[in-house]
Design a protein around this ligand. Structure first.
Ligand code: DOR
Ligand code: ZN
Length: 350
């Protein structure tokens, strides 16, 4: 008999939709989420309220008619961000958060922050106005091993910045280590911190990228770590009500940009994310905690109500064959994340 589960419509608290032909190609694959926090790392980045408004309009135009998805916009924090513009954009309901990329940490992060002292006044204004800060938590120093960059960031940047800015609410994005899980947990009281976890980091460890051949479609940032960290993320994601929520970090790149001597970082998980999640939660006997992770903890952190409508996830007896393995964007293809196992689950509007 088919297994099924009804849950509040899920949200995606960290999503890259890009722009132009790529936006048109990928937006429909996230259309059944209720809300999504939209990353601002376009070229050039979304740094002002006016740019966020215009980008939101382009996203709405790229969504199928009647799609549930409501984009929640973010601004890209630079060393010259104007606190007044940011606070006004939040007060208008235009942006839900501000994104901090350490300069050089990842795709299109060149305009990010080099000197954290320069953004202290803006962070203080955000704390005062209740604007959450979403953080890409990796140091960029060449001498720090890439597998240690998240743990080092917590000690050298995140904790000092939080101590210097009382009241600042922070989301540690796409956590990949047991250190990230522990730090979020220790600091989550009173909604001071949340942590997003991606679908792919629940499925792959660093062996999946590197052992037996290099798999560029598993390369993303922060890079997947060793197995004990993946297990810590699974435990956190499945821990029920609390500070951990889904942020897919679905980050499409064309195959030609991925398959380069210096290929781009990002896993495109939008088309099959909910199917993968239902399967891994089921595998661990935690299906009853899926709703907290995908549909309740995120809105609670952002001070929003859960979505009013529901979806039904159904487990079929045979693998569902309708998930694409690649999609077309303009003249290019984009490879969809392959979890390495057949997918039996499917989401339908209830
Ligand atoms: O793998 C990633 N891809 N990590 C990020 O932080 C950015 C993203 C992108 O924009 O491609
Ligand atoms: Zn991202």
């Amino acid at each position: 008999m088919n297994k099924s589960l009804t849950l509040r419509r899920p949200d995606d608290w960290h999503l890259h939709l890009r722009d132009g032909a790529m936006l048109n190609a990928v937006a429909p694959h996230s259309a059944d989420f209720g809300r999504a926090i939209i990353m601002p790392n376009l070229v050039p980045p979304v740094v002002t309220g006016d740019q966020a408004r215009a980008y939101r309009d382009r996203i709405m135009a790229a969504l199928p008619d009647g799609a549930p998805l409501r984009p929640l916009m973010t601004l890209y924090l630079t060393e010259t961000t104007e606190a007044a513009d940011l606070v006004a954009a939040h007060a208008d309901g235009l942006i839900a958060a501000v994104k901090l990329y350490p300069a050089g940490a990842t795709t299109n992060s060149a305009s990010g922050v080099k000197d954290f002292d320069k953004v202290r006044p803006v962070l203080a204004a955000m704390a005062e106005a209740g604007v959450p800060l979403c953080v890409h938590g990796e140091v960029t120093d060449a001498e720090v091993d890439i597998f240690d960059r998240e743990a080092v960031f917590i000690d050298r940047v995140l904790d000092p910045v939080r101590r210097a800015t009382p009241g600042l609410r922070v989301v540690m994005e796409h956590i990949t280590t047991e250190d990230g899980v522990a730090y979020v947990r220790q600091n989550a009281a009173d909604g001071a911190m949340g942590g997003t976890i991606t679908t792919h980091h629940l499925v792959i460890n660093r062996n999946a990228i590197l052992a037996g051949g290099f798999r560029p479609h598993y390369y993303c940032l922060p890079v997947a770590k060793r197995e004990k960290h993946r297990l810590a993320l699974r435990e956190a994601a499945m821990s029920g009500p609390g500070p951990f929520f889904l942020g897919t970090d679905s980050a499409p790149h064309t195959d030609s940009a991925k398959l380069q001597p210096c290929g781009c970082a990002g896993c495109f998980t939008a088309p099959n994310t909910m199917a993968i999640l239902a399967q891994v939660f089921d595998e661990d006997g935690k299906l009853d905690q899926l709703e907290a992770f995908t549909s309740l903890n995120g809105p609670a952190f952002y001070g929003l109500a859960p979505n009013e409508d529901s979806v039904t996830m159904t487990r079929h007896d045979a693998p569902v064959e309708t998930y694409p393995t690649t999609i077309v964007a303009g003249d290019e293809t984009v490879t969809v994340f392959d979890p390495g196992f057949p997918l039996y689950w499917q989401m339908e509007s209830a």
